[in-house]
Design a protein around this ligand. Structure first.
Ligand SMILES: NC(=O)c1ccc[n+]([C@@H]2O[C@H](COP(=O)([O-])OP(=O)(O)OC[C@H]3O[C@@H](n4cnc5c(N)ncnc54)[C@H](OP(=O)(O)O)[C@@H]3O)[C@@H](O)[C@H]2O)c1
Length: 301
């Protein structure tokens, strides 16, 4: 989502190329995009930048959000998914997607129709595995139960909103995923940059992302969210690490599979990789988690 042309903070290929190159050199092999990001431009850029190492990476994209205004241009109906996968493959410049994710729950289509269609794409070799993204845990449970009941491909991953400043998924979705052996791929692991420590209580932010991504201010910036960041900065100082590294390390210590960081600079990728070396003990984890106050649900809609 960092690559595209929908918003001021996003990058076009000439800016994104060195970031992707550095990521690959550092051993990162999982890349996430979606058809709806910048209306397809994110997929085009991702495909272009991964062309030379396509077979060495896990390439994930998504379907659901509108790609036009007509009724068949959104959602998880058979007609839309079958058109969307062809468009994604063309933009990505590949003959298959490794992980094809449903971006949200579709209240207008039966999950059976969606699963039968996705299963067909796996049989045809256009998709290797299927995954899901933010939804209620009961919906995900129904989807898993439906695929088991019908002998269809099962979702292997859940891409949900989870970070040190947003932990509501610990109630239902994460225990369900653990029980069912589903990989966790948290999005916005740094709360859109809020957990970098660059935003200070009482100060007017001036980052490009803050100015052009209205969800950043809307989702975080409560006084109690600053309590979380201030504790994070304190622990990071003790560890000799950056707040972003400790926030990523916290997720890794919680046992997630792959946090999907959104780098906009080479240093962001380097810091994310260096987070693998940050060790947190039980007391560190407890202190980091202590200031958290429940949030309203963010990211399902
Ligand atoms: N499934 C879904 O519904 C969904 C929703 C949202 C996102 N996603 C996926 O998740 C990815 C990440 O989302 P996100 O961009 O919100 O994630 P994020 O990693 O929480 O935030 C990225 C922002 O954090 C800052 N940043 C990143 N690394 C940093 C570092 N090491 N130090 C300091 N600041 C750092 C950058 O801010 P500045 O640019 O201001 O420097 C960047 O724009 C997206 O690209 C997309 O693939 C999925």
């Amino acid at each position: 989502m960092s690559f595209g042309n929908e918003s001021d903070w996003q990058l076009e290929p000439h800016e994104a190329r060195p970031i992707v190159k550095r990521a690959i050199d550092l051993g990162i092999n999982f890349f996430d995009t979606a058809n709806a990001y910048s209306n397809g431009r994110s997929e085009e850029i991702t495909g272009e930048l991964l062309r030379d190492c396509r077979d060495d990476v896990v390439l994930a994209t998504k379907v659901y959000f509108p790609m036009g205004e007509k009724p068949n241009q959104h959602g998880l109906s058979r007609i839309h998914i079958m058109k969307a996968i062809e468009d994604s493959l063309r933009r990505l410049g590949t003959d298959h997607v490794d992980l094809y994710q449903i971006h949200r729950w579709d209240y207008e289509t039966s999950v059976e129709e969606t699963l039968r269609t996705l299963d067909g794409l796996v049989r045809q070799g256009k998709v290797r595995y299927i995954g899901a993204s933010s939804m209620w845990a009961w919906q995900f449970a129904i989807a898993l139960w439906t695929s088991d009941r019908l002998g269809l491909e099962r979702f292997v991953s859940m891409q949900n909103h989870y970070n040190l400043a947003y932990r509501e998924e610990e109630r239902e979705m994460i225990p369900l995923c653990r029980d069912q052996g589903i990989a966790l791929l948290p999005w916005s692991p740094l709360a859109k940059g809020f957990l970098s420590g660059r935003y200070k209580r009482g100060e007017m932010p001036n980052s490009k992302r803050f100015k052009s991504d209205e969800l950043l201010a809307e989702r975080f910036f409560r006084p109690e969210d600053f309590d979380v960041v201030e504790r994070l900065v304190e622990v990071a100082k003790e560890k000799g690490a950056s707040p972003a590294q400790v926030a990523i390390s916290w997720l890794l210590h919680k046992g997630v599979t792959a946090p999907i960081v959104g780098p906009t600079k080479i240093e962001h990728v380097e810091e994310a990789v260096a987070a693998l070396d940050v060790k947190l003990n039980g007391d560190d984890m407890k202190r980091l988690e202590e200031p958290y106050k429940p949030h309203r649900v963010l990211g399902h809609a």
